[in-house]
Structure formats: structure tokens, C-alpha cells
Write a protein that binds this ligand. Structure first.
Ligand SMILES: [Zn+2]
Length: 178
């Protein structure tokens, strides 16, 4: 991870802005984000772009939400057994969503279970970000790696996937600044 604060010490000296979430993005994009933060316009950008909230608060509601998306786009994908919000995954694994595939031998049969866990921070996040993270974890049912096939599947389920993944990082940075 690259710590990017400190690159322009004159403007940023009193701001402890951790932009490491954006490592991997081009330098000019990162400097645009910095400008947005320095001008105090990040929240404004996010709130005006993502103004839809959702009311998915429980594991049960989340399960239905995930199944609906799966039914629309991945009918033939392997079934999901459990979906839940998790308070700890972002702290423990530095992740926002997790999928797990557990195989157990029961008698002579191999039984597998798909489970999706979504960070609880998405309960309060704009609906677009919840959609994005669910699409991400659903895509992992088919493709485990973050490769071309994986992102193709993400875009199939959400045409704005790339923009949303980027803006989700901005959203997390804005939470971190509060
Ligand atoms: Zn992933």
C-alpha cells in the first residue's frame, strides 16, 4: 500500500488524508480527488451523485435482495445458502464483502455451501454501493479471481460497476475524514 498523503505538504499539512485506498489509480485521478477534498467538495459530490438510500437493515432483507439480483442475472449459478451483514469483516480482513465456499463431506457426498457476508457499513451507504458490493460478491460465485472474466460479469450485472467501485473508495475516504 502506498501512503499518498504528504505529496503536497503545503496544502495537506493539517489534513491527515489517507488516500491509500486509491493506490492503483492513475496519479492525475488521485490529484483530482485531493483537490476535491481540499476544496471541501467531496461530500457534496457524493451526496449529489448518490442520493438514494435503501432500507435493507436485516440479514433477512439482505438475503432477499441478493437472491433477487441473482435470479435476474445468474439463474444457473450455484445456490447461496447464507447471506449476512458483518460488523467485523472490514476490521479483521480489511475487506468490505466476503464470499466463502465451504465443502464438507457428509457421508459419501461432498456438500458445499456458499455464504456471502457484507460489511455492516453498507446498511447506511447509498443503495448504489450496496448493489455494487453484492454484485461483486455474487460474481465470485462464478469467478474466484479478480480477472477480466470477473469484471465482465460485474459489468453485466451493473453497467456502472467501475465508476461505483471508484466512488465507493471515495465514500470510504469521506467516512474516514469525519
Ligand atoms: Zn473480490
Amino acid at each position: 500500500m502506498i501512503a499518498l498523503y504528504g505529496l503536497c505538504p503545503i496544502v495537506c499539512q493539517d489534513m491527515n488524508i489517507d488516500l491509500s485506498l486509491l493506490s492503483g489509480y492513475p496519479e492525475n485521478v488521485i490529484s483530482q480527488v485531493k483537490t476535491l477534498i481540499q476544496q471541501g467538495r467531496l461530500d457534496n459530490y457524493l451526496q449529489s451523485t448518490y442520493c438514494e438510500s435503501h432500507n435493507i437493515r436485516t440479514d433477512k432483507a439482505l438475503f432477499t435482495y441478493v437472491q433477487d439480483i441473482k435470479r435476474n442475472y445468474m439463474k444457473k449459478g450455484s445456490p447461496i445458502h447464507k447471506v449476512s451483514f458483518d460488523d467485523r469483516i472490514d476490521v479483521l480482513y480489511n475487506a468490505l464483502g466476503l464470499h466463502s465456499f465451504v465443502s464438507r463431506v457428509q457421508g459419501k457426498r461432498l456438500k458445499s455451501k456458499n455464504e456471502i457476508r457484507i460489511s455492516s457499513l453498507f446498511k447506511k451507504a447509498p443503495s448504489e454501493f450496496l448493489h455494487m458490493i453484492v454484485v461483486h460478491e455474487l460474481s465470485h460465485l462464478k469467478v474466484k479471481e479478480h480477472n477480466k472474466d470477473f469484471y465482465r460479469l460485474c459489468h453485466h450485472m451493473d453497467p456502472h460497476y467501475s465508476q461505483l467501485e471508484f466512488d465507493l473508495r471515495l465514500y470510504l475516504i469521506s467516512l474516514d475524514l469525519k
